[in-house]
Design a protein around this ligand. Sequence first.
Ligand SMILES: [Zn+2]
Length: 233
Amino acid sequence: MSTLTAAAIVLGAVNYGEADRIVTLFGRATGRVSALARGARKSQRRFAGGLGLCAIGTAALRERPGAELLTLERFDVTEPHPGLGADVARLAHAAYAAELVGKLCAPRQEEPGVFDALLAFLRLLDEEGASAERLRVLELALLGALGFGPVLDSCAVCAGDRFEGRPAVEIAFRWDPDRGGAVCVACARIGRPLSAPARASRRRRWPRPAPSAWPPISTATAAKRCSRSSTTT
Ligand SMILES: [Zn+2]
């Protein structure tokens, strides 16, 4: 039986039996996995730093024959983020992010873009505190990384078939998220007008495939950016 070592983030853990824990991890190379951590409530040696919510570290995992649960041999915290538990808002945002990733990602499906987005989010959450705007950026980043992002380069309905040979920049669009994003006026029935600069702005801000190096965003700055990005003509 081989042991796999992977960078991982703890999405959650529940007690099992008298000394064990069942841990849900999101590994960069493994995706979401559940693993049995034997003796986790007692062993400080194999689980140095603990298995707290959104702990970031290196997990040593082993398959168990015939069992769905992996075995977590050890988990070493590589990035202590003491700020995550500093206040209720940080804790709530961390819990929400972990739940979102856990719900959106299928088990054992490698999603490095999602891992990078979550990691970047947690680092900024620790350093700068909770920000509703950054939470929205994370949601958009996850959707983008998982292929659910809006179409912004062309028409989400006709994919340019009704442009009559003209480039997309000359086409008027409307914003219709129910139909997949930007929709050309020939296809659009409803939606707010979306100018070319607004489309370009949203493309720039859409973190695809993943925002491995998000700039820090203060609430005031984010509010200004949101205001600018919704500019339409
Ligand atoms: Zn169209």
